[in-house]
Write a protein that binds this ligand. Structure first.
Ligand code: AMP
Ligand code: MN
Ligand code: MN
Length: 319
């Protein structure tokens, strides 16, 4: 696919969907595509499905039109497009619409993505789904309203243009978007860096109790259900913790786990380059990128940590 208009030909209804626990890149790419279709393909009936986007993203236009649940009525879209979704079981809310759609497309940047749609536009070498999407849109049609969510997603998935996935092309595109004129410092502060007092407290606790393993090459942070209930925090309050752990001097891999339900852990992995954490996440049934990946794992906390570190050790030994 060269341009999004190719798959929109003869399409009257389109659904757009992102992944579970949507992050800035997921929300940004889905919303940018939605806004673009609403603006330049007014005859197409478009819907966007996102699982409970955080209110910090409310500065994006038309966020109030997002559908957070599938409707009762049966609906068959001519086309269903996923953005930033690495595998079909990661698609949130709109799974049934994907299944019944006449045609499906997937716009993504996960190396672990095997291509689950009819049309797969997956670029594992690109830092964000938003950057992949940008390449499918007509640059001169990207106004401020559409630029804001694209910029948001690019900034989020590159750690504010800092991760190794940031390229000269990433910066060029960010510059083009910036020309449309929006308050980028505020967007980044409020949607990316800012934490509530409680979120900061919890991060402090996780860092204080983190453990160094494998001669300081691996750091592990954890939060048990009991502690989460004590603070009254959920998974979405814990973003940023694993990134901070990764910034420990000497560390190759950072692991952060939290207990979603008793003995069921959400695992986040970050690498400083030597270890391919996508391979580890895929091994345990998850996915992601070389330097940022995740999976869900069952068992006691110690089993989960031991199983993960054993795989990390294998890769470190391969060097
Ligand atoms: P996270 O640690 O949740 O921020 O996720 C890091 C990256 O790994 C993201 O790009 C996710 O899309 C991906 N990822 C996280 N968890 C899973 C999972 N259970 N299955 C597939 N991909 C995942
Ligand atoms: Mn994502
Ligand atoms: Mn992404």
């Amino acid at each position: 696919m060269k341009n999004i208009s190719e798959i929109l030909e003869n399409v009257k209804t389109v659904g757009i969907g992102g992944h579970i626990r949507p992050d800035g890149d997921c929300i940004g790419s889905c919303m940018a595509l939605y806004l673009y279709i609403r603006e330049y393909f007014p005859d197409i009936e478009a819907d966007v499905y996102l699982e409970q986007p955080k209110p910090v993203f409310d500065y994006i236009d038309r966020m109030d039109e997002v559908k957070t649940e599938a409707e009762e009525e049966e609906k068959e879209y001519d086309l269903f497009i996923t953005c930033d979704v690495s595998a079909l079981d990661r698609l949130a809310v709109a799974g049934k619409y994907f299944d019944t759609a006449k045609k499906t497309a997937c716009i993504d940047h996960h190396v672990s993505n095997k291509g689950f749609a009819d049309v797969n536009h997956v670029r594992g070498d690109v830092g964000s789904a938003c950057e992949v999407l940008y390449g499918l849109l007509d640059a001169d049609k990207i106004d401020r309203s559409i630029a804001v969510p694209i910029y948001t997603g690019m900034a989020h998935d590159t750690g504010v243009f800092q991760y190794s996935s940031t390229t000269p092309e990433t910066m060029r595109i960010a510059g083009e978007l910036m020309k449309t004129g929006f308050d980028f410092s505020r967007i980044i502060d409020e949607s990316f860096y800012q934490k509530t007092y409680l979120q900061n407290q919890v991060m402090g606790r996780v860092l204080a109790e983190s453990i160094l393993l494998q001669d300081g090459k691996c750091v592990v942070g954890y939060l048990k259900r009991r502690e989460m209930d004590f603070y009254g925090v959920e998974g979405k309050d814990l973003e940023g913790i694993v990134s901070q752990l990764r910034l420990t001097a000497g560390v190759e891999v950072a692991i952060f786990i939290y207990e979603m339900e008793t003995q069921l852990f959400k695992v986040s992995l970050r690498s400083n380059g030597k270890v391919d954490v996508s391979r580890i996440a895929v091994f345990f049934g998850g996915g992601g990128h070389v330097r940022a990946a995740g999976c869900d794992m069952q068992g006691s906390m110690y089993d989960v940590i031991n199983n993960l570190t054993a795989e990390i050790e294998k890769q470190l030994a391969e060097e």
